[in-house]
Design a protein around this ligand. Sequence first.
Ligand code: KIV
Ligand code: ZN
Length: 542
Amino acid sequence: MREYTTRKVAVFDTTLRDGEQAPGCSMNLAEKLAVARRLELLGVDVIEAGFPAASAGELEAVRAIAGMIKQTSVAGLCRARVEDIDACRIALSKAAQPRIHIFLATSPLHMHYKLKMTPKEVYEQACAAVSYAACFCHDIEFSAEDSFRSEWDFVAAVFAGVIKAGATVVNAPDTVGYAMPDEFERFISYIKERTAGIEKVKLSVHCHNDLGLAVANSLAAVRAGADQVECTINGIGERAGNASLEELVMGLQVRRDFFKVETGIKSELLYLTSRLVSHVTGIRVPPNKAIVGDNIFAHESGIHQHGLMANRATYEIMTPQEVGMPHERIVLGKHSGLHAFTEHLSARGFRLEQAALEQVFAQFKALGDLKKVISERDIEALVMGVAIQVPETWKLNRWVVNSGSNFTSTCTIRLEQRNGTLSECVSTGAGPIDSAFKAINQIIGKDLVLLFYDLKALSSGEDAQAETTIKIAWQEQQWNGRGLSTDIVESSIKAYIAAINVMEYERELAAHLAAKAAESDKLKQVPVGAANKPAALIARQA
Ligand code: KIV
Ligand code: ZN
């Protein structure tokens, strides 16, 4: 029995919005859906799915996530503008628990240089935006962007105004990661004491990591009474990133004696959630990354190993099981059956539909013919590949490369289109991979640019699978692709084709959305006319 009472701190995950916004972290629709599904399973309280006014594709992604997620609130971000709020409410119309998240900056720097607004105008626009959004949604979050560098009493006044206008959550971001933990704790205490009506709403914090203090500041805010923490998986986000969800949650869990709070997170799903986000963004998790890094439970020194053998608590403050870190490296072999395979996946929190399960199992068996032992990493990569796949516009049919010293590398490659058409091409290049990519460019008739290339072995041994992650660009847009094979050239070719398939899929989707938008302008179907919109909002946008 516990000797202390606990309160619940809500976890607001913004991996799909603030995280996805960071350079190199963009995700396609299939990837966003896979991450959102995983976040729901993990037990986050709110999934911030995107910024619907940013583009038609972003609106559709938020709409798709909102339609799929049932247990968790889904939030959409918007500026304090009518058109952003309209886009957000359309995107969230199918959400079981929608939240409209409005932000407006309150610091002198942002108000003067970015917004070119006076404090009075900011106050009025914030209140007007919240009262407009409150016509459509019961759950409205208001964020005072750059709040920590604002006049603290002005933040308290704006929060009091938006609470009166209908906000249910007020969020105090340290947008540029400037605060020190003690100061941030004082700031949150100040806001709690000085904001009229704060007891009726949730107080949230959103910390960036520019000085490496995002988690420390968020934890300090919890000490001061914050009810919600905003964070991302692996801490991805703008510049140095956001507070990392896994570090925050385990800080609160391991030191429950100190914080006396609880979250609803199933910590045993943290490791694979981190792997999924790393997989879809192509951003590797450093081996020494707190909580989810591969070295977190590895002990080299003899003294430590000796201590651990006597009692694991000597050098470990949490167990691998608590964060879902696989502890046995070799798991299944080619003789394992579907039953053992399914058990293995469900023990790791992977839930696949029958068709996807059969597909992964077939890939697992094929891999078993190539490799003696199949590692956790191999299985993870297969499952994640299936979870985020898009339709295959192009498929690899066959390839051959001739490469060596004092020879020009040459690749012959044949691709198959969805309708069965085969196209073959030969190209030379600076190396085997360059020649292969050039041959593919010729087949598809596009001069794609390779922006990023990363190759890693998923396990040790000569028969290890290679995982290639690449990013391609064409006409100012970018797409990611991943490929797996025991052959490094084939893994690279598969990654390139995967990125092309994402490009084709997204371009088809964009064309479909444009056609739909032309057919019916959804914003015109909104029953609220300009006459109903708050004067302050209309005045600012005129
Ligand atoms: O960092 C920030 O201030 C934000 C807000 C939009 C919440 O991301
Ligand atoms: Zn942010």
